[in-house]
Structure formats: structure tokens, C-alpha cells
Write a protein that binds this ligand. Structure first.
Ligand code: PMP
Length: 372
């Protein structure tokens, strides 16, 4: 879709990346690290200052207590943490379950290890995308080993409530599942909502691997630096898989991210408030253009129902939408090909709110003046 945007000179609200730089002090710290010669292989588990900063940040903000020596490894983006977790814990014939629509790498990695993938459709309960407990229970079989939970959620913008997380935790304990909690959008929650890590709920610390990433915290998606956190026995397994994927991540970036975690909370809070304002702006623009946007409680994206214009968002995105000069991603890209919920998701489009204000204004005027 990004190629299509470039070819058609369209505003790219498809891929989720901010064009604006993160905090100056983080960028300057990375430059200083390179200039001072910190350019050789990082320790295999990652830079010790970064692991200490992650542990301090999680403990202070979320009451999530981790030992930086044993419970955290630095990965090449959250993407490598997802890959290493699935490689480490899942065998051919096992099943990985994930809430649908889902971030595409969960399904791709599961396929690469020859395991089954069980999508669990989220349901829209008239105010928000929500857990469907019946669908969750129905998706679990004796071969299910891993449940992937992403909150704040890409692509729906849902933030799971504490009550939903307690239900999921209860079922995970009942079925002896490991939970992979993808929390890359942990700082981006809107309207005063709270982000609750499932690892902090009773019985969950021992069975949860939590992921996060510098990408979304400091607008450095190109730095590809993330981390996996959890009990030592699980993190050790993930680390062993990671060792033969990349061994170590980019050395000079790691102390710079540690600096950001320790000193740039105010920047992070201001960025989340700015994204909330962009969400409001794009929600109004999409409504004015005849779409029905769903409420977004967190993350980089808005889902909009294009049902007034089309029942097939995939065709609409590569046809009329791009011709109108805007790129969005059909939600079918985040849905299992044989999902029983495929029809329900077929008219939905994901739009990125993390784009610069100029882009959003231009996209809004193109959408409103388009004759779909
Ligand atoms: N998980 C989710 C839900 C994401 O949206 C993304 C990035 N789009 C990632 C993981 C990957 O993060 P990273 O860039 O750190 O690999």
C-alpha cells in the first residue's frame, strides 16, 4: 500500500509510522554513542542500562516488577520478540490463538513454524470493540499453547478493560496457556483510559511474555529496537531462539532509548495528547466523507466502516480511495483467510492517525470532496 501511495501521489494513511522526530535528547544520545565508539556487538541479552531503565519504567508506571538481569531481553523490534517467542515455545501441530483482526506477523510466524492459527473475532458491542468470551472459549482446543493479546490493539484501536483482562487471565490459567502480551502501544491511550498489563493480574506473571518497543515510544520505528519481558524460564527460551536469529540488536541505540525511558516522559505524554487530537480530527473527517468510524481508545489507528461506499474494502482501497488521493489498508489484511467473521470485516478500512497534521488535513479535504 505504501508503494501504491507513492505511485499515485496519495496521502499514505496506510502504514503506521510517524514522520515527526521523537525527543531531541534521544536522537542526540544515539549520535553521541556512535561518535564515542560504542559500535561493536551489544551483549546478547541487550545493553544493561536499557534493561535497567525498562525495569524501572514498568515498575514505576504499571507496578510490573521485573529483574533486569533475568527477565528482560532486547530484540530487533517487537517483531523479533514475536518471532523468537513463537519459535521458542511452539512446535509443529500446536495452536496459536489471537484476537482478530490481528497484527499480520502473528499469523505469518505461526505458519512458518508449521503450527495452527486460531483467530478469535472481537465483537463490536455498540460502543467499542470488545472481548467475546464465547468466541475465546470456542477457539481453544487441547493443542492451544499460546494466546496472543495486543492492547492497545492494532488495528481496532481497542484498549482491553481490566474486566476483560481478568476474564482472559482466568481462561489462560484454566487452560494452562502462555500469553504473549503485545503492548507496543502502551503509552498511547486516550481520554484518560488506563493501560493494564495482563502480566500484573493474579496468576499471570509466571505465564506471560510481554513485548514493547522503542518504535512507538520515541517515534523511532526505523531503529527496530524492542524488548521481551517475563519470568526467567520463559525469557531464557525466547533468548535462545533470538540468539540464532540476530544474536544482538543495534548497540549505540540502546543507551539512547534508556535515556528516553528515564528522561522523556513529558514528551511521551504530550505526543499521546497530540495523537488524541489527530484521532478526533480524522474521525470527524471520515464521518463527513460518508464513512462510519469506530471509536479509537488507543494506538496509531482508526477503523472505519466504508459500507456506505462499498462492501469490499480491498477493492475500494486499491481503486476509488487511492484515486481520490488517500491510502488506507483494508482490514481483510488482518483477518484469517478462512475466518467465519471475514464478511463482517470486509467493508472496514484502517487509517493511521500518527501522520503529520498537514497530511491529515490534506487527506480530509480529499476525502470530503471525493465522489465515491
Ligand atoms: N506489534 C504491533 C501490534 C505493531 O503494530 C507493530 C508495528 N506495526 C509491531 C508489533 C512491531 O514493532 P517493531 O517495529 O518494534 O518491530
Amino acid at each position: 500500500m505504501t508503494r501504491l501511495a507513492v505511485e499515485n501521489n496519495a496521502i499514505n494513511l496506510g502504514q503506521g509510522f510517524p514522520s515527526e522526530n521523537g525527543p531531541d535528547s534521544v536522537l542526540a544520545a544515539a549520535c553521541a554513542q556512535i561518535a564515542s565508539g560504542n559500535n561493536q556487538y551489544a551483549p546478547a541479552r541487550g545493553d544493561a542500562t536499557l534493561r535497567a531503565a525498562i525495569a524501572a519504567d514498568r515498575a514505576e508506571r504499571l507496578g510490573h516488577h521485573l529483574n533486569p538481569a533475568t527477565d528482560i531481553i532486547i530484540t530487533v523490534g517487537a517483531t523479533e520478540a514475536i518471532a523468537a517467542t513463537i519459535l521458542a515455545l511452539i512446535e509443529e501441530g500446536d495452536t496459536v490463538a489471537a484476537f482478530e483482526p490481528f497484527y499480520d506477523s502473528y499469523h505469518a510466524m505461526t505458519a512458518l513454524v508449521g503450527a495452527h492459527f486460531a483467530p478469535i473475532p472481537l465483537t463490536f458491542d455498540s460502543t467499542r470493540w470488545a472481548l467475546d468470551e464465547t468466541a475465546l472459549r470456542a477457539a481453544l482446543t487441547p493443542t492451544t499453547r499460546l494466546l496472543i493479546l495486543n492492547t492497545p490493539h492494532n488495528p481496532t484501536g481497542a484498549v482491553f478493560t481490566r474486566h476483560e483482562l481478568e476474564t482472559i487471565a482466568h481462561i489462560a490459567c484454566e487452560h494452562d496457556l502462555i500469553v504473549l502480551a503485545d503492548e507496543v502501544y502502551e503509552m498511547l491511550v486516550y481520554d484518560g483510559a488506563a493501560h493494564t498489563p495482563i502480566a500484573t493480574l493474579p496468576g499471570m506473571a509466571e505465564r506471560t511474555i510481554t513485548l514493547s518497543s522503542a518504535a512507538k515510544r520515541f517515534n523511532v520505528t526505523g531503529w527496530k529496537t524492542g524488548w521481551a519481558m517475563g519470568p526467567a524460564h520463559l525469557i531464557n527460551s525466547v533468548w535462545k531462539a533470538k540468539q540464532f536469529l540476530t544474536f544482538a540488536g543495534a548497540t549505540p541505540l540502546q543507551p539512547a532509548i534508556a535515556h528516553g525511558l528515564s528522561h522523556e516522559r513529558a514528551w511521551e505524554t504530550a505526543w499521546a495528547a497530540d495523537l488524541q487530537a489527530r484521532r478526533d480530527f480524522l474521525t470527524t473527517a471520515l464521518t463527513d466523507a460518508g464513512f462510519t468510524p469506530y471509536p479509537t481508545a488507543g494506538g496509531y489507528f482508526i477503523l472505519a466502516d466504508a459500507g456506505a461506499h462499498t462492501q469490499n474494502a480491498a477493492e475500494f482501497c486499491t481503486g476509488p480511495l487511492v484515486k481520490a488521493g488517500v491510502v488506507g489498508i483494508p482490514v481483510s489484511a488482518f483477518v484469517h483467510p478462512t475466518s467465519p467473521a471475514a464478511d463482517r470485516f470486509a467493508p472496514l478500512i484502517r487509517f493511521a492517525i500518527c501522520r503529520p497534521w498537514d497530511n491529515l488535513r490534506q487527506a480530509a479535504s480529499r476525502l470530503v470532496s471525493a465522489r465515491f
